[in-house]
Design a protein around this ligand. Structure first.
Ligand code: ZN
Length: 435
């Protein structure tokens, strides 16, 4: 049974993005927990907690940062900028502040994007102390007059809390694992990163409904970077079981589907992704070698972990102008674009999961007629697409070393053609699976 997209899963995926969008999230806060609890209504994830101050390899889990209110008001009390209207207005991890400032003083604490004057930037002050910034659309600077003063209120709680990780484990026939991850520390941004979260959950929901999975699968959702490091540092004992995995990010925009290869570049998870894209019923896709300054794939591929993790996305982060701005909103992504990448990811996972190495249970060539499998090849005009030809390829290549994917790639067949015929050979008692 091939793994394919279910329309119900696509609808749930989109509903999840819409529900998660307004929630205020950061590295450690109530919003990230609330988001995981909301996801739990769709997939029964466990939520693990790790305390602020915990040392995780070379890092320390930060304190929780929750916003009660944050605004800039004129002296009549009229709020000119209000966190309640848009949670991008306050840079994450700004310190508490209350005071009266001139426009010139205020401007030193405001970030805008002069090149995109109607977009609010998304910025953070992670691991910086005693700093605060508001983020505004550049056009909003016209709200302030040179001669006036303004009341600034940043009422935030910065105190020890718990970093939350959402996890779902789907056992397979073996305990070798493929991991599916995304991060959900961004506030109201759609492509980066809710599209990746919803896609990862939808992939896992689909896998859970499919029979006969070879690998075990582990879904992990966490705050980017520190969440991955926290989990890896706390689970070193299971890393040897991990075959590899995919990081999902920026999956909902209109750009071509992009696959970022793992550090190794040619592992099973890479080859499966490349094959799925090449044979997807579409021509427009992009394959990129591993690059630096990425998301959690940096942590997985890094020394000390060195696991092959690639990344599925559409337009790579930082290459679309809406990236990390208020324009990365629900209208920037679409359900159809998410459904399309879901289909490719499921194809890649199906290939990885069913890619067998068979050993022939005969020497030389098999006597196919005896097994009721003989098909005649037209020797004058051999048809490469015929099952007879595929039989010849399989009997030449199946040697206990070449995998089905190796054979499909070498002879330029769709993986499914090679898989289907090899299953027939296996059922006839001619092949024995080694993995
Ligand atoms: Zn981001």
């Amino acid at each position: 049974m091939k793994w394919s997209v279910n329309a119900g899963v696509v609808d749930t995926m989109w509903a999840m993005v819409e529900e998660l969008f307004p929630i205020h999230r950061t590295l450690v806060n109530d919003g990230i927990r609330n988001s995981l609890e909301l996801i739990r209504s769709s997939l029964d994830i466990a939520i693990h907690e790790f305390p602020s101050g915990m040392h995780v390899w070379d890092w320390i889990i930060p304190e929780a940062w929750n916003v009660n209110q944050a605004y800039i008001a004129d002296l009549s009390g009229r709020k000119l900028v209000d966190f309640r209207n848009n949670n991008l207005h306050l840079a994450a991890y700004s310190c508490p502040f209350q005071g009266r400032l001139t426009k010139a003083e205020l401007l030193e604490h405001i970030w805008t994007l002069p090149d995109q004057p109607d977009a609010i930037p998304y910025r953070t002050l992670y691991y910086k102390e005693n700093q605060w910034r508001f983020c505004l659309a550049h056009d909003e600077l016209s709200l302030f007059n040179d001669d006036d003063q303004y009341e600034v209120c940043i009422d935030v709680d910065l105190r020890p809390g718990k970093l939350c990780v959402g996890e779902f484990v789907l056992p397979g026939k073996t305990d070798k694992e493929i991991w599916l991850t995304s991060y959900l520390c961004h506030p109201s941004l759609a492509n980066d990163n809710l599209s990746g979260v919803a896609l990862a959950v939808s992939v896992m929901k689909t896998l859970a409904s499919m029979p006969d999975r070879q690998y075990s699968y582990r879904l992990l959702l966490w705050p980017e970077s520190i969440g991955a490091t926290t989990y890896l540092a706390s689970h070193e004992q299971i890393l040897e079981k991990v075959v590899g995995g995919y990081v999902f990010t920026c999956c909902g925009d209109a750009g071509p589907i992009t696959y970022k290869k793992s550090y190794f570049g040619n592992t099973l998870i890479d080859q499966a992704a490349l094959h799925a894209l090449r044979y997807a019923d579409r021509g427009n896709y992009s394959i990129r070698d591993f690059w630096l300054n990425g998301s959690d794939e940096q942590k997985f591929n890094a020394p000390g972990v060195r696991l092959p993790f690639g990344s599925f996305m559409r337009t790579p982060y930082s290459e679309f102008p809406e990236y990390h701005t208020s324009k990365d909103n629900l209208s920037f992504i679409s359900k159809d674009q998410l459904a399309e990448i879901l289909s490719v990811v499921l194809k890649a996972l199906f290939i990885a999961d069913t890619n067998r190495i068979y050993e022939p249970l005969y020497k030389g060539e098999p006597f196919l007629s005896k097994h009721g499998l003989h098909r005649q090849v037209d020797l004058k005009r051999p048809d490469r697409k015929s099952l007879a030809y595929i039989q010849r390829v399989l009997t030449m290549e199946t040697d206990g070393h070449n995998s089905l994917l190796d054979i499909a790639n070498k002879w330029d067949y769709h993986f499914d053609d090679i898989l289907d015929e090899s299953i027939i050979f296996s059922q006839a008692g001619l092949f024995k699976a080694l993995n």
